[in-house]
Design a binder for this molecule. Structure first.
Ligand SMILES: C[S@@+](CC[C@H](N)C(=O)[O-])C[C@H]1O[C@@H](n2cnc3c(N)ncnc32)[C@H](O)[C@@H]1O
Length: 299
């Protein structure tokens, strides 16, 4: 556990557990509509299968070498959502502090109940309530592309790292390693997102479930079939990433993808530059999905 660097503005109680809440400043680096939308998303997708989380976690953390982990080390999860990766990281580090500005903290606290090496706090990336240079490892998975100024948000995360500590990030890719058909498909899907993300929560969820069932599922089945037949090119098929994922994860990701008002995308080159500008070196990108995720060391 790390001490807070200021007093919380208020407290929220979940099953007798206190969550400290730190209010965002007016005009902060946060899109309130997006934060509210995630609060709804994580109260709908509030549980997860531990074995599946371990498998998907291994995919995100594949760039983190074993020597980076340690019982004596403290990690920070920025934008923890339901807390699934905080729980994954709590098996690798001595303690995990997890922050999120949305009401997802209620879900995360319920999921972390009974674990004495995770603490959830309500705060955004630009008001992280801990001293600078106080963490051994900071990670932010699928978060910074939902924030107005991603480059500044990354700098704010890296500020919390000790010198020699590591930062792991996953940002939506700009399809920079894909062909034009893929890019066209993305353009079409992005217009659909623009429309769906403006809907009330219940309609948004129904529409995203329909997309999961009628678009994702058939494409995932196709990828599974091509994989089973033995064609190596199955990974090039759209949504092949979900070939080994449950329908629950597919529904969750469809809502994430189509229900979120603010989404930005970055090329590998742009992410590399943002990481360098934040003071990271020894940057390693995974060449595997999900694209792009990378780790860097603070000088
Ligand atoms: C796609 S979810 C990812 C959650 C979690 N990292 C995961 O992969 O399960 C994005 C999360 O970013 C959070 N978020 C949005 N704006 C944020 C901000 N300004 N600072 C920190 N987190 C933010 C949302 O509340 C949401 O829980």
């Amino acid at each position: 556990m790390r001490p807070y660097n200021r007093k919380p503005d208020s407290s929220i109680y979940v099953n007798g557990v206190e969550i400290a809440s730190f209010q965002a400043e007016e005009g902060g680096n946060l899109d309130q509509q997006t934060v509210d939308s995630f609060g709804e998303e994580w109260s709908a997708f509030d549980s997860f299968d531990e074995a599946e989380i371990a498998t998907i976690g291994d995919e995100y953390f594949d760039v983190v070498s074993e020597s980076i982990y340690g019982e004596e080390k403290v990690a920070l999860d920025v934008g923890c959502g339901s807390g699934r990766w905080s729980l994954y990281a709590a098996k690798k580090f001595g303690f995990v502090e997890a922050v999120d500005p949305s009401k997802a903290v209620l879900t995360a606290a319920a999921n972390a109940k009974g674990l004495n090496n995770i603490r959830i706090s309500q705060a955004g990336v630009d008001n992280i309530p801990f001293e600078d240079e106080s963490f051994d490892f900071v990670f932010s998975l699928g978060v910074l592309h939902h924030i107005p100024n991603t480059a500044e948000a990354m700098k704010a995360c890296v500020k919390k790292l000790k010198s020699g500590g590591y930062f792991l990030v996953y940002l939506y890719y700009s399809l920079d390693n894909r062909g034009s058909a893929y890019k066209l498909l993305f353009k079409a899907s992005n217009s659909i997102r623009w429309f769906i993300s403006k809907m009330p929560a219940t309609i948004k969820k129904i529409l995203c479930d329909l997309i999961a069932a009628l678009v994702y599922f058939p494409l995932v089945m196709l990828a599974r079939l091509v994989k089973t037949v033995g064609f190596k090119s199955w990974k090039k098929l759209p949504l092949s990433y979900y070939a080994n994922k449950s329908f629950f994860v597919i529904r969750n990701d469809a809502l994430d993808r189509f229900g979120t008002p603010l989404e930005q995308r970055f090329s590998k080159k742009e992410i590399n530059q943002m990481m360098r500008d934040s003071g990271l070196v020894d940057i390693t990108f995974s060449n595997k999905t999900p694209y792009w995720h990378a780790v860097g060391k603070k000088v």
